[in-house]
Design a protein around this ligand. Structure first.
Ligand SMILES: C[S@@+](CC[C@H](N)C(=O)[O-])C[C@H]1O[C@@H](n2cnc3c(N)ncnc32)[C@H](O)[C@@H]1O
Length: 499
């Protein structure tokens, strides 16, 4: 129960040492505030750190939904400071009204709850904004609350909006990096008065024992200045700036300086990126070789024909620049429309093996399998069977494009956590890998990718590289024309694609 309560209220109390660091940092960039607010104060670590920095020069206001925390704050926090603690639900507060005060400089500081609305859905928690069509979610998502958002994101947006009319305010909050980014995107797109925003990385494992990318998010509200970018710093200081992200048109760009420098390779790709094979039954479909025998994920020896077996590379192989397959994949079709029934005649042992595991294969949950032949797979087509590919894992922070060939004429397959371009020859695959691994390409991709996403690399990003322009930019135009032009010429003018 205590665990569930902790989840519902995103309750991770900030260690004093971190709250002290934050208060001291804000002191260096914001003139002495006369009102300091911690909207979800918990045990009040930020109020205490702020009192240590600004002493009796300000009034301090702490709110929390948990009356026990408020009692503790009232008991423990120094009485000589002008402190006001109140039990209150953030979502029922009229923050705009609260901030419409004569006070000159407001600091809003703290650590809003770390929980998403879908996590609340799982535990049937009710700690959510009331009657608010958050982020103007459309249709079904809005009605059912299905779209996933962080409670902290809603809180940050609400605070930033409520402070818009104030002459001088600073918001300094610990949160997930993605939460800060989404709140900023909303604020920038809404043209709110924010300036000099920054994200300062923190080690969430060390301070909160959670494995997420987290930061101290700092921004300033003044009626005079507006900027739509934010600097990312290595730690809770302004010393080591890593990059600057911001709005470009309506899109959030991860590194706007590199984007400006390398965007000349942007265009529409003359190649079609494909994703690897999806089968949702790794223990059955993926086999390894041990002492000359095929073994499945249940550690059973599998004796089947080799007609339908193909060498397989997984994300972990590509992410580590390994092009030597350690697995085999049962590829039951050459195209999604292929009948799998013919396996029975072509390879009876394979058919018997598939039947043996039919409860697993027939029970695959994804709806894509429902209207297809039994034992179907996805992400399959002529493009899967070209002799060479250049492939990348979608999951790794290190971007490595790997030329992937074939073993005794059998093309090596990749799984659905990978993307690839089918290639007609080894030279083409090697050249494309060289181009895509070039400094220019990697800096361009890094400018677009937010690496804290679950699947940082995706087709929408990859296809923004015009490989022809990249060849030009990197001085490899001639080689590119020699090895790759035949496929480009063979394609239709609208969609230059080889397969
Ligand atoms: C991440 S903890 C941070 C606590 C404190 N600010 C700190 O930094 O140590 C989040 C706090 O938000 C409080 N909380 C959660 N939902 C709330 C709500 N709807 N209104 C007010 N406080 C809430 C929790 O009780 C918890 O103390």
């Amino acid at each position: 129960m205590a665990g569930q309560r902790k989840t519902e209220f995103g309750d991770f109390q900030t260690p004093d040492v971190l709250a002290d660091q934050v208060a001291k940092l804000i002191q260096t960039v914001f003139p002495a505030p006369d009102m300091i607010v911690e909207p979800t104060c918990g045990l009040g670590s930020f109020v205490q750190s702020c009192i240590a920095v600004w002493k009796t020069g300000a009034s301090y206001h702490g709110f929390d939904i948990n009356p026990g925390y408020i009692d503790t704050c009232r008991r423990n926090i120094v009485p000589e400071a002008d402190c006001h603690f109140e039990t209150a639900d953030f979502f029922l507060q009229n923050w705009r009204h609260f901030f419409s005060t004569e006070k000159k400089r407001i600091l809003v500081i703290g650590n809003p709850p770390w929980v998403t609305n879908s996590a609340l859905g799982v535990i049937k928690g009710g700690n959510l904004p009331k009657k608010n069509n958050f982020q103007e979610l459309k249709g079904f998502a809005a009605k059912t609350g299905k779209a996933n958002f962080d409670i902290a994101e809603w809180m940050l947006i609400n605070l930033l909006e409520s402070l818009q009319q104030h002459r001088s305010a600073c918001v300094a909050m610990l949160c997930k990096t993605a939460t800060a980014r989404k709140a900023l995107k909303h604020a920038w797109a809404s043209q709110w008065n924010l300036s000099d925003s920054s994200l300062h990385r923190i080690d969430a494992k060390k301070y909160f024992n959670v494995a997420v990318d987290a930061c101290l998010f700092v921004t300033f509200i003044s009626l005079e200045k507006r900027t739509d970018h934010a600097a990312v710093y290595q730690d809770v200081s302004y010393e080591k700036k890593l990059s600057r992200f911001g709005l470009h048109g309506r899109e959030l760009i991860a590194n706007i300086d590199d984007y400006k420098k390398y965007s000349r390779i942007e265009g529409s790709s003359s190649y079609t990126w494909r994703s690897g094979i999806k089968h949702d039954a790794a223990k059955v479909m993926e086999l390894t070789i041990k002492e000359g025998k095929l073994i499945n994920g249940f550690h059973e020896t599998v004796a089947i024909e080799d007609n339908y077996l193909y060498p397989l590379l997984k994300s972990s192989d590509l992410g580590n620049n390994r092009a030597e397959p350690r697995k085999f994949l049962l590829v039951t079709q050459q195209a999604p429309s292929d009948s799998t029934g013919k396996i029975r005649e072509n390879a009876p042992e394979t058919w018997a093996y598939l039947e043996k595991y039919s409860s697993i294969l027939d029970g695959r949950k994804s709806s894509i399998y429902k209207k297809r032949d039994r034992f179907s797979i996805f992400g399959i087509g002529k493009y899967s069977f070209t002799p060479w590919k250049v492939a990348i894992s979608a999951l790794y922070k290190k971007l490595v494009f790997v030329p992937v060939g074939n073993i005794e004429g059998k093309p090596i397959m990749v799984d659905d956590t990978c993307y690839f371009i089918p290639c007609g020859s080894e030279q083409e695959a090697v050249l494309l890998a060289e181009l895509l691994n070039s400094e220019e390409s990697r800096r361009f991709l890094h400018a677009l990718i937010f690496f804290d996403a679950k699947r940082p690399v995706n087709v929408d990003i990859l296809k923004r590289i015009d490989i022809g322009k990249l060849a030009d930019f990197t001085g490899m135009k001639e080689k590119f024309t020699e090895y790759c032009s035949s496929c480009v010429q063979a394609s239709s003018p609208q969609q230059l694609t080889i397969f």
